[in-house]
Write a protein that binds this ligand. Structure first.
Ligand SMILES: [Fe+2]
Ligand SMILES: [Fe+2]
Length: 210
């Protein structure tokens, strides 16, 4: 039925007019059956994984010394993880949560294992760490997509854009590891990003300009 001068069905709802302690942007998701508390916690864990992975990839990239092609691809994945952290963090606050005050707590609760430099940092061993880190990220963002599909279009949009890059990252490291370790071509379909940190799907400047 069309709205009329006297009937605007979305003008009011469960949250009282002027109430700043509740968010319609959250209440609408709850009404659609989303567990907000669970989503908040998973997003903080996921942001922690992006942040710590960005840190660890810095070290891993350094130790790909002499392998310029591997360094460049590791750098793209590293900078895109930073972009993922930046993209998802404002959403955590929008949902009424926030980052842990202590970065130690943040690192401990990261949703993926520490991507430590291997004891014997050969290219094969470093690429294996990178590959498994990407796989953890894919599982993470797929889960966020599952939780939010049809209930929280905004988080779903952000998570699915991050997921696209994580899937690309896995394909890159499969290609490199397969050839480096096994001598087998398993192409990723990738050539190169435009510039380091290009983040074609998760570019967040339009969303987050402090
Ligand atoms: Fe990431
Ligand atoms: Fe990644």
């Amino acid at each position: 039925m069309a709205a009329t001068r006297d009937n605007k069905p979305h003008a009011t709802g469960r949250v009282p007019a002027g109430d700043v302690t509740q968010r319609v942007g959250v209440e609408q998701m709850t009404a659609r059956g989303l567990n907000i508390e669970e989503l908040r916690e998973k997003l903080i864990d996921a942001a922690g994984a992006e942040f710590t992975t960005y840190y660890y990839y810095t070290i891993l990239r350094m130790h790909l010394a002499g392998k310029e092609d591997y360094k460049e691809i590791c750098e793209d994945a590293r900078l895109e993880d930073r972009s993922h952290f930046e993209l998802i963090t404002p959403r955590i606050y929008e949902l009424g949560a926030g980052l842990p005050r202590d970065i130690r707590d943040f690192a401990d609760r990261a949703g993926c294992p520490d991507a430590y430099l291997p004891d014997n940092p050969t290219a094969v061993d470093i690429l294996t760490v990178l590959l498994e880190a990407e796989r953890c990220a894919i599982r993470t963002w797929n889960e966020i997509c599952d939780l939010t599909l049809g209930k929280d279009p905004r988080t779903y949009n952000l998570a699915s854009r991050i997921l696209q890059e994580e899937i690309e990252h896995e394909a890159w490291f499969i290609e490199l590891l397969s050839m480096e370790r096994d001598g087998v071509a398993r192409p990723s379909g990738h050539f190169r990003r435009g510039t380091p940190g290009d983040a074609p799907h998760s570019k967040n400047l339009p969303f987050y300009v402090p």
